[in-house]
Write a protein that binds this ligand. Structure first.
Ligand code: ZN
Length: 256
């Protein structure tokens, strides 16, 4: 956490309690229709070509595919079981709150470098957007480092994202795969890498402005060679700087 001390946390908690009280009195605000990101991922990010991920909707199968494996994925079915295809895995469809939308894509260049991009658009329930720190270890990954990543976008602006240094063991051996996993949150006119800032904004919006933004969570991951970590981070920054303007939807009225 880049915040120091417990004070920000107490403010958030106080706002959450106040929000619950206010909501019980005046009812829940309407969910704003606008989303701060595009609902489809770009085909091309710099020299990287993207392939959207699709999942078999049958829980027993749940096979994952690249959309490029199908001529027309709107009518394609799972080649293994004939089930319908979905942009979310069956377990996500079942567990995530209604209204949650997910798109994912793999990006590759001709040299074999690749990035994985995941965008989750939340619904009314803030549980749509969970912290990856909480769920990555459950997927057999260990988080070895957690810090902020600064990516210069142009002369004046810097994109701040949360960077996790992730490691996973390969099939019971001593070999490990190293990955950088970076994420941030976006609503129209607002961006932050901090979940506490996100919750504080959500709480203040409900309580003070009687409004509810639809927040999106964007994550970008790629594997790296620990001997070349610095170069790998530079590649990640370059990818982020190319990706961000392609997925951001400019806000009609800048947020507070
Ligand atoms: Zn299937």
């Amino acid at each position: 956490m880049e915040t120091t001390g417990i004070k920000p946390l107490l403010i958030v908690l106080a706002l959450m309690i106040a929000t619950a009280v206010a909501a019980s009195r005046v009812g829940e605000p309407e969910l704003a229709p606008a989303v701060g990101v595009t609902r489809a991922l770009p085909r091309q990010v710099g020299r990287f070509t993207g392939h959207e991920m699709l999942y078999c909707a049958e829980a027993d199968c749940a096979e994952a595919y690249g959309a490029d494996e199908f001529d027309d994925h709107t009518v394609a079915v799972c080649p293994l079981c004939g089930g319908a295809l979905d942009t979310m895995a069956p377990i996500e469809r079942r567990l995530l709150p209604e209204g949650t939308e997910i798109v994912r894509a793999f990006y590759r260049d001709s040299k074999g470098s690749s990035f994985f991009v995941s965008v989750v658009i939340g619904g009314r329930d803030r549980m749509s957007l969970h912290r990856p720190e909480n769920c990555l270890p459950g997927q057999g990954l260990s988080i070895r480092g957690n810090r902020l990543l600064d990516t210069p976008l142009d002369e004046e602006s810097i994109l701040h994202t949360r960077l996790l240094d992730v490691r996973r063991q390969v099939g019971g051996s001593d070999a490990a795969v190293f990955s950088h996993f970076t994420y941030w949150y976006i609503a129209p006119g607002r961006e932050t890498p901090s979940q506490w800032r996100l919750y504080a904004w959500m709480a203040a919006d409900r309580l003070i402005h009687a409004r509810m933004d639809r927040w999106a969570y964007v994550a970008v991951a790629h594997d790296y060679n620990p001997l070349h970590e610095k170069e790998s981070l530079e590649k990640l920054r370059e990818f982020l700087a190319n990706l961000r303007p392609l997925i951001i939807v400019p806000a009609a009225i800048p947020g507070a």
